[in-house]
Design a protein around this ligand. Structure first.
Ligand code: ZN
Ligand code: ZN
Length: 343
């Protein structure tokens, strides 16, 4: 029985091209009590591998967090499979508004301690005592209330390219870092203001809202389904769109265009741009914003140092990296002194 990927990303890409089929990009999450995450993981891998599902899925004792690409013609089969798992029956599938057949090139189902690295000790508070879930219409209403504090629960590189008007955007690298900062900033308003929060697909707010209620905030709300679902509802119900820019997503598309405005700058020349790239030097892999001209001039690198390394033969690059840890694990969160225009 095959429990892991056998194809490389390149081989998979060729297969997708060959098939020429539409694929849907979607995500979902659920908090649940999973007794044996390893067994559950294998169950998912076997079924989804057969359905030609690709993506990145985290399974933990506390639940599942999945970003996927599913062949459009197998969607019904996929949905049926999901609905047969008791804690996933009827789960909201966040279906992307823009699709890319190559959003994912592998099926990776990983067992983790938690489905989101929140750094919280869950046994110290009631994680099921969540904030009020609101849809796009109610959310628009709430955030135009002067008594509301709107908080972006994402990281700096996400909110940099797109966010809701008037949101507080903590300058953090991780979700874990944002929790105490927000609490401290808002400690005067635990009772008199509405605390409204949002994230990409809703999963981060799911626990953060319970955490803030535990910390004494009285009126806690969260955008149900996050920005992804908000964009869908705004389009479908012809609501006013209060999100400006792009929604950063965690697949090869990197972002979904939600409004026309470009609110970020190329980190190298400063001109308006909101395209994230990773530095072409594999040992660096820095995530940053780069315009097309700079990409050409810098050979897709973040610095002249990286340009020199990236220009070396592959074997030499590998030798340089040796002993410096696994380059795949290097995912610098968009900060570096070489980026002149990174705010
Ligand atoms: Zn530039
Ligand atoms: Zn670099």
């Amino acid at each position: 029985m095959q429990l892991y990927n056998k194809l490389s990303a390149k081989e998979r890409e060729a297969l997708i091209d060959e098939a020429g089929e539409d694929r849907l990009t979607l995500s979902f999450y659920a908090y649940a009590k999973i007794g044996n995450p390893h067994l559950f993981r294998n169950h998912l891998f076997i079924a989804w591998d057969q359905m030609d599902v690709l993506g990145r899925i985290y399974v933990a004792h506390e639940g599942i967090n999945a970003q996927l690409s599913v062949p459009a013609k197998r969607f019904e089969e996929f949905k049926k499979f999901i609905d047969n798992i008791y804690f996933l029956e009827g789960v909201r599938l966040n279906i992307a508004i823009e699709h890319d057949a190559k959003a994912f090139l592998k099926l990776k189902v990983k067992v983790r301690d938690k489905i989101v690295a929140d750094g919280l000790n869950d046994s110290t508070f009631d994680v099921t005592n969540k904030g009020v879930h609101v849809d796009a219409l109610k959310f628009n209403d709430l955030i135009s209330d002067p008594n509301t504090v709107l908080v972006d629960m994402r990281n700096h590189y996400e909110s940099e390219i797109g966010h809701f008007q008037g949101a507080i955007k903590p300058d953090v690298d991780t979700f874990r870092d944002s929790l105490p900062i927000i609490e401290n900033d808002l400690k005067e308003h635990k009772e008199d203001k509405n605390l409204v929060m949002y994230c990409t697909g809703g999963i981060r707010c799911e626990k953060a809202s319970a955490y803030y209620k535990h910390k004494g905030f009285k009126n806690v709300y969260q955008l149900e389904g996050g920005i992804i679902e908000y964009a869908r509802q705004v389009e479908k119900q012809k609501l006013e769109n209060k999100f400006i820019g792009k929604n950063f997503v965690f697949d090869h598309r990197r972002a979904e265009q939600i409004s026309e405005e470009v609110i970020a700058n190329c980190h190298q020349c400063g001109k308006a741009c909101d395209t994230h790239v990773n530095c072409a030097n594999e040992a660096c892999h820095l995530l940053f914003i780069q315009c097309e001209e700079c990409a050409e001039k810098m050979n897709n690198c973040c610095s002249t140092d990286c340009m020199e390394i990236a220009a070396l033969p592959y074997e030499e690059q590998k030798a340089l990296r040796k002993g410096k840890g696994n380059s795949n694990k290097i995912f610098k969160k968009g900060r570096s002194e070489v980026l002149k225009y990174k705010s």
